[in-house]
Design a protein around this ligand. Structure first.
Ligand code: TXA
Ligand code: MG
Length: 311
């Protein structure tokens, strides 16, 4: 079932029904080595899917939960033995978050079981932020999509590994490194601008079908090929805009949160348009800009090289 969350739409199934979980992988064409995120309506359900290994870990999760849940933060924690291995791709850890979306919460409470849900797109492709996006990605292979309107954040949750009292960001997202520093010292794998390697996190992902290139030189010096689009953070100067066949602006007011929420829609608009390729101006790598640049680099890599998986 396609369901809205506050980040992107998910393709959800009961975590304890292995057959339904297998159908998620099948519908997305996702490799079985890529574990899923489990969604809960409230922190009180954590013990259904997690088995804490220390009091320190439980306390740290308690403070993260009161600061950021419900919301776009996924925690990697030790898995409860009853959770099927398929969900976690054989790992002893599980990815879990409490979603704030009222519709998703309602479904969880009605079913009285946690739901595993990856983003509701074909593997390696652009994440969906509206029910129509889910319909165009997976409409032919899934029985039901609930329409909860457009997702607020528009980028996937921040993934944070919590071992003992240590925290490590595995995927940047709407909850930023600065936000997390309130709860203790945070390490970001790969460093600023680096590519992170969690299971299933590939250099090529979120990929449009046509080529997307990140500008390395000053935009004033760029002479684009004919029929090329520009992906810009703010409104470009008219003399720059006029060199491109199409301009997509992520945030006219220069707001990174707004840019994040428009990012995947911009990639879809590019794919649907008549242009042959798109060049993107890098965004400031601060706050949620770190997550946007992470997705932009993967989208660009994926547009040139694919995901690297046969599926
Ligand atoms: O915002 C989101 O997180 C969305 C919505 C639907 O909740 N979900 C999402 O799921 O982005 P997905 O499947 O597209 O990305 C999940 C990623 C995996 O690719 C993997 O990198 C990481 O979560 N993951 C899951 N379980 C993990 C584990 N045990 N250890 C490390 N990483 C894990
Ligand atoms: Mg995804």
């Amino acid at each position: 079932m396609g369901l809205p969350t506050e980040t992107v739409y998910g393709l959800a199934a009961d975590v304890f029904q292995s057959l339904a979980i297998a159908r998620i992988f099948e519908a997305k064409g996702r490799p079985l080595t890529d574990p899923l995120i489990v969604h809960l309506p409230e922190v009180g359900w954590l013990d259904r899917v997690v088995r804490f290994t220390s009091l320190e870990q439980r306390n740290l999760v308690g403070s993260l939960a009161s600061a950021f849940w419900p919301g776009p933060l996924t925690l990697i924690l030790p898995k409860h033995p009853e959770v099927p291995d398929l969900v976690t791709a054989g790992s002893e850890t599980i990815a879990v978050r409490v979603t704030s979306h009222p519709l998703f919460q309602k479904v969880l409470r009605r079913l009285d079981s946690p739901l595993a849900a990856p983003s509701a797109n074909r593997f390696g492709r652009i994440s969906p932020v509206t029910a129509q996006d889910v319909q165009s990605e997976l409409g032919e292979v899934i029985p039901l999509i609930l329409d909860g309107g457009r997702c607020t954040h528009g980028l996937e949750s921040t993934i944070l590994s919590v071992t003992g009292d240590a925290m490590e960001i595995l995927r940047p997202g709407p909850i930023t490194e600065d936000d997390l520093n309130q709860c203790g010292h945070v390490v970001r794998l790969g460093g600023r601008g680096g590519v992170v390697n969690t299971p299933g996190s590939l250099p090529g992902h979120y990929a449009p079908k046509k080529e997307l290139v990140i500008l390395e030189s000053d935009i004033k010096e760029v002479l684009p090929k004919p029929n090329t689009a520009l992906l810009a953070f703010r409104e470009p100067l008219p003399e720059i805009a006029s060199r491109f066949a199409k301009v997509i602006v992520l945030s006219p007011s220069g707001d990174l949160r707004e840019a994040a929420s428009n990012f995947y829609a911009a990639l879809r608009e590019f794919d649907k348009s008549e242009v042959d390729m798109m060049v993107a101006k890098p965004l400031p790598e601060e706050g949620i800009g770190v997550a946007i640049m992470d997705r932009l680099r993967r989208a660009s890599y994926g547009s040139k090289h694919g995901t690297g998986h046969q599926s």
